[in-house]
Design a binder for this molecule. Sequence first.
Ligand SMILES: Nc1ncnc2c1ncn2[C@@H]1O[C@H](COP(=O)(O)OP(=O)(O)OP(=O)(O)O)[C@@H](O)[C@H]1O
Length: 460
Amino acid sequence: MKQPYKVLVLDDNQDILIASRIFLKQHFAQIVTLHEPALLLSTLQQPTDGQPFDLLLLDMNFSRDTQSGEEGLFYLKQALKAQPNLKVVMMTAYAALPLAVKAMQNGAANFIAKPWQNEQLLQTLQQALQQPLHHDSRQGAAAKTASTSDAIPLLGQSPAMQQVLRTIEKVAGTEANVLLLGESGTGKALVAQAIHQASQRSAAPFVSVDMGSLSSSLLESELFGHKKGAFTDAKNDYAGRFVEASGGTLLLDELANLALPQQAKLLTALQNRTVVPVGSSQAVAVDIRLICATNENLYQAVTEGSFRQDLLYRINTVEIVLPALRERKEDIPLLLEWYLQHYSERYQRDGLHISTADKRTLQSYDWPGNVRQLAHAVERAVVLAEGNTLDFSHLQSSVQNARATTLSEQEADTEFFLEFVEEKTIRQALQYYQGNVSQAAKALGLTRGALYRRLEKYGL
Ligand SMILES: Nc1ncnc2c1ncn2[C@@H]1O[C@H](COP(=O)(O)OP(=O)(O)OP(=O)(O)O)[C@@H](O)[C@H]1O
């Protein structure tokens, strides 16, 4: 069955227009092709049937300016200004990856490299159509939730990530409980937000609770609320996170940390769809979509008796396993490029780039801390950059050292690597800010206290 979307394709190459029309009209209700970019605005603003377009497939390079992609960016901005809720997918050559990333930062929903496989094109467009709006420039979406304005898109072109994105699409429109599994830093929290944004509940709150950071005694009142006077510090009534998330989505992060007595209470709340605040006997009805996340093996925890099997079966209606970055190394160039531009903008550093040799090394590295580690490595390199080429030498030497080390356990390797990088980065930050701890802490994303603790740890 055709999907009820209206798609506009803009390219100055007639062959592309014909090929895309023939293929896409089998899948979408209406396809309009446009050869002349100067007509883009009027086509969007005055569609012949009065119905707005849902998606624009836009070439990045027109013949007058075949290399820079600037024309593509210009038309992208123009289209989004005219119609902020339009989904735009850019067409580009693979070599133009940095440009594609720039386009996404300017509000494009996705990009596809030419020449494409038809199935891949279809998936990219479908994914874009399902995607929540995520960029500042898209004013129409800005009001949806506070977090959408500077949200990080879920990047990944690898088959493993495409599979994850397809599952997100399928599950978002349902009320199914979702269990997110995967190593730390693989994007579980990001996926939870993407599911919320693409769901019917996106106008209601997305509430996240880090179960690992709360003591057992606090956890119950945090989740279910409390009545004034229920315990010494309960100075007022508190609704709790379940009630706060009512109508929306509740993410229970680091779920494996939940002790058995609290697991029983959580199960009761999920079964009854009610919570009983601490110090009250009155059950309060709640309407939430539950997403749980953990980097522990819950199945093993069940075997060991530290996690309830009945609770696991209640929360794992749909399971999504996030692949480790080392299992999808083909995504590393895209992630490096995106974070380079992201942090260049944040720290107002123009013209920075990563050398080809560094790109190769960074792509071959295993990234035990996954995308979070990669993002931090780029951020640090941007903050500390002296010339235009980012300096990853600290990473390179630690990669080599880590390889040469006799430590064979991955944990030992990770610890060694992270401490090495941390110490070196702190040294560089202090040097750069001439010993000013406040400025160095700010640049490193640490509080002054956290930086002082590390200075002590490394004897700096
Ligand atoms: N696919 C992705 N695209 C872009 N950025 C990503 C992606 N996955 C992760 N990140 C980045 O890595 C950071 C960590 O991601 P996130 O917090 O979602 O991981 P997590 O799996 O929930 O980690 P933890 O288990 O430690 O809580 C994010 O802030 C984001 O910057």
